[in-house]
Design a protein around this ligand. Structure first.
Ligand SMILES: C[S@@+](CC[C@H](N)C(=O)[O-])C[C@H]1O[C@@H](n2cnc3c(N)ncnc32)[C@H](O)[C@@H]1O
Length: 271
């Protein structure tokens, strides 16, 4: 699958529609570390939003419904929205194959959501912020903040900047500058980006090469070791970072309490 993404929303939608079936099968054929990442991320999203029956959750840029379906399995009712018809079609197939009636998928733009204010208990979104410029990021976060109810969480996924520096090093050497500022989450930018929300947690999803460790020490211990991904400094060793922000009010019940490490995380990166 190509990593260099076309600019412009229409072109983007066509691109993602054209790779939709590959994208769906990628998650079953990907290497062990990728599968482990997907499993950990889905569990973290559910933990941070307190996914359970009676909750209404929006999954932004849901793609083929990877996380929408995982969250719907907890009993929450989920709406996934994506700009690419092909992706939405695949997502609907996945839900049908699993007989899930508490998840629906819509074609739509995450920068301009077709929902009323305060309509969802939580909003999540993974693996798309890297393709958005600063203005698009601002609009998406503003829309997420509008449709989530007071006390509800917005959980968004970013690429970590250390991973970015390593990943883009080759390009820099060859003089091919990419939009470093847009593609990665830089320390000190989180508070500004999440205006109107209170940033509560900034955590890494999975430590590098955790699957190798999992083979050596077993799944349960590997997942315990992976708690280190939530600790300051260590989190930025991770390729993927989750930012958890809340809209005013008291957190909805059933949400995992913030640990002291996670709280320190927020203080050190919000500005
Ligand atoms: C890499 S996929 C991620 C899919 C899914 N969130 C996941 O983690 O597997 C990025 C998705 O973002 C969608 N997308 C990009 N811009 C969008 C926009 N403005 N509104 C809605 N969807 C958008 C694309 O169509 C594509 O399905």
């Amino acid at each position: 699958m190509a990593h260099r993404l076309p600019e412009g929303q229409d072109v983007r939608n066509r691109y993602w529609s054209s790779v939709a079936s590959d994208y769906r099968s990628h998650w079953s054929t990907t290497h062990a570390d990728g599968k482990l990442y997907a499993r950990i991320e889905a569990a973290m999203l559910s933990e941070f939003i307190g996914a359970s029956e009676g909750r209404r959750v929006l999954d932004l840029c849901c793609g083929t419904g990877r996380n929408s379906v995982a969250i719907a399995m907890s009993g929450a009712s989920v709406v996934g929205i994506d700009g690419a018809e092909g992706m939405v079609e695949q997502a609907r197939n996945v839900a049908r194959e699993r007989d899930l009636e508490n998840v629906e998928f819509l074609v739509g733009d995450s920068r301009q959501l077709p929902f009323a204010n305060d309509e969802f208990d939580a909003v999540v979104g993974t693996r798309f912020m890297y393709m958005m410029d600063q203005e698009e990021k601002r609009r998406i976060i503003q829309e997420a903040a509008r449709v989530v109810r007071p006390g509800g969480a917005v959980v968004l996924h970013f690429n970590g900047f250390l991973f970015g520096l390593r990943h883009e090093f080759g390009n820099l050497v060859r003089g091919r500058m990419c939009r470093m500022r847009d593609r990665y989450l830089w320390p000190g930018t989180v508070g500004r980006m999440f205006q109107g929300l209170r940033v509560e947690r900034v955590v890494g999803v999975k430590l590098p090469n955790l699957a190798i460790l999992e083979r050596a020490i077993g799944s349960k211990t590997a997942l315990q070791v992976n708690r280190l991904a939530r600790v300051p400094f260590i989190r930025f060793l991770c390729q993927y970072i989750l930012v958890v922000a809340r809209k005013g009010g008291t957190p909805l019940p059933g949400i995992a309490p913030i640990t002291s490490e996670e709280r320190m995380d927020c203080d050190s990166v919000s500005s």
